[in-house]
Design a protein around this ligand. Structure first.
Ligand code: HEM
Length: 331
């Protein structure tokens, strides 16, 4: 099946007479494209007309961003216009709209802050601190190991073998093996993973990676506790926490050194990098469909901010655009 997927995908790139060596990544020698990811997601989870091709299960939320009033980012329009409205979507990784929320694994958060001039700043992160691969190719190969074989069987050894051969997936794989079920979106930490830049007025550029840290602390469930929950407990839990108490997060930037990678989201920065508070995010509602027509493209940034040349970050815009177009047109 993987070979078949690889053959299908290489058809896009194979010129007559050229030699392309297939490897376990399925695409060695050819650059993986955004459309290949969409096809892979649809292969993994089936076509899900009208839904996100990744992170299909999720819940909308809304709130307010209260910027911090000091620090090196303070001249940014994002931080100098007072409280701003925020639209969010929390999600479970993967393209299955009925994903079991009792299972450990990826949880996501898309957050779009609307500035007074109509511009938007989008933060879209996951609950793991290190990405599965240094570039789109490596990530694609990793995901491909999850496809069933010709007999419809999934073989966990395939993933383990791939990981052994691809060091840049090893940090993520270690996280995956030890991850527990998140107790609530209000108790989950989200990591931006990519490097971004901010240019303050008359000063040198700041290089940073962001994190959204829950004020109520990170909480996970033991397997027995998770088993006792309904398969779709996360939306109700979030709404309950918003109704009965405050749900808020700190949006924090870690400041990078020149030696910290600009382009590799699988390469974590040292834990002791200084952290600066950008602001607090307070939620005031959850549920409904206010986030359905939002594309949480992480490259949509407000004035003063720029994305890095991280090839994974670059791949996200076209992939999200294809998924967005498809789902809004009922495909
Ligand atoms: C090559 C790498 C990646 C590809 C191809 C990819 C692809 C996608 C696609 C197609 C969607 C659905 C978009 C939509 O329909 O609006 C999506 C959603 C999402 N992705 Fe990624 N992604 C990648 C990397 C990442 C990374 C590094 C993160 C975390 C830092 C991430 C976090 C999310 C989240 C949280 C959502 C859900 C957003 C929402 O609720 O609308 N993705 N991704």
């Amino acid at each position: 099946m993987i070979l078949e997927a690889a053959m299908t995908l290489t058809k896009h790139f194979l010129l007559p007479g050229s030699l392309i060596l297939l490897s376990f990544s399925g695409l060695a020698g050819a650059q993986v494209q955004a459309v290949d990811f969409i096809q892979l997601f649809e292969k993994m989870s089936g076509k899900q007309p009208g839904l996100r091709k990744a992170h299909a299960r999720g819940v909308c939320a809304a709130g307010v961003f209260e910027p911090a009033d000091s620090g090196p980012f303070v001249s940014a329009p994002l931080l100098s216009q007072g409280s701003l409205p925020v639209s969010l979507r929390f999600s479970v990784g993967g393209g299955n709209p009925a994903a079991d929320e009792r299972a450990p694994g990826t949880r996501g958060m898309g957050m779009q802050i609307s500035l007074a001039d109509g511009s938007k700043h989008t933060f879209t992160g996951n609950n793991f601190p290190v990405f599965a691969g240094k570039d789109p190719q490596t990530f694609f190969g990793f995901l491909s190991t999850l496809l069933p074989d010709e007999q419809g069987q999934r073989d966990p050894k395939r993933m383990a073998d791939y990981v052994a051969m691809h060091p840049s997936v090893q940090g993520h794989y270690a996280w995956l093996k030890s991850a527990k079920t998140p107790a609530s979106y209000a108790n989950t930490e989200f990591f931006g993973l990519h490097t971004f830049f901010f240019q303050p007025k008359d000063e040198s550029q700041i290089k940073f990676r962001w994190q959204l840290i829950p004020e109520a602390g990170v909480k996970t469930l033991e397997a027995e506790e998770a088993k006792a929950k309904p398969a779709d407990f996360l939306a109700a839990k979030l709404a309950e926490q918003i109704a009965t108490g405050e749900v808020s997060y700190s949006l924090v930037a870690s400041l990078g050194e020149p030696t910290d990678s600009n382009i590799d989201p699988s390469s974590p920065w040292p834990a002791d990098r200084p952290q600066v508070l950008l602001g607090k995010v307070r939620l005031n509602s959850a549920g409904g469909d206010s986030c359905t027509a939002i594309n949480f493209d992480p490259n949509q940034l407000s004035r003063g901010f720029t994305p890095s040349d991280d090839p994974v970050l670059k791949m996200r815009s076209p992939a999200y655009a294809i998924s967005f177009g498809k789902r809004l047109s009922g495909q």
